[in-house]
Write a protein that binds this ligand. Structure first.
Ligand code: CUA
Length: 158
């Protein structure tokens, strides 16, 4: 069978690119531990107030520069409200909903989650720049949807 030289080049190029992409995905998943944000952790949405850690929503310092924000979304607010952390802090967010589907987007970052009742969403973000970060609900959840927002203040540490 005769294969044209250009076809051969193209075939080798295609197979090589496939190998490169699969290697990148493999290294990123297994060596660097990159995983898609998980919403596989379940919770009974009618018992959020009694289920740890959502019985005490809030911002807790868990290590040097590392915080955990346990947050509950409900029509039409986020609990806790405004939060403040020093510049450079990493916040691990744990978010769930008590009623309907809400959104959790931190404007100007890549944090954007769909908060589905019955699921616990988690995501981490390191705030490298000082300033005010707006958290908005970006899933239509009722007639107060447009008011559903809170803030994270990132301040220069002394
Ligand atoms: Cu909550 Cu829109």
């Amino acid at each position: 069978m005769h294969i044209h030289k250009l076809e051969k080049v193209w075939l080798i190029f295609g197979v090589a690119m496939l190998a490169v992409f699969l290697t990148i995905i493999g290294v990123s998943a297994f060596a660097s531990g990159n995983q898609p944000p998980s919403d596989a952790t379940l919770i009974d949405p009618t018992k959020v107030d009694q289920t740890k850690p959502f019985d005490k929503p809030g911002l807790t310092k868990i290590d040097d520069g590392v915080y955990e924000a346990v947050m509950v979304s409900q029509a039409f607010q986020f609990t806790p409200g405004d939060m403040e952390v020093p510049k450079g802090a990493t916040i691990n967010f744990l978010v769930t909903s008590k009623d309907v589907v809400h959104g959790f987007q931190i404007v100007k970052t890549n944090v954007n989650m769909m908060v589905v009742p019955g699921h616990i969403n988690s995501m981490s973000y390191t705030f490298k720049e000082a300033g005010e970060y707006l958290i908005v609900c970006n899933e239509y959840c009722g007639n107060g949807h447009h008011m559903m927002a809170t803030k994270i203040k990132v301040v220069d540490s002394e």
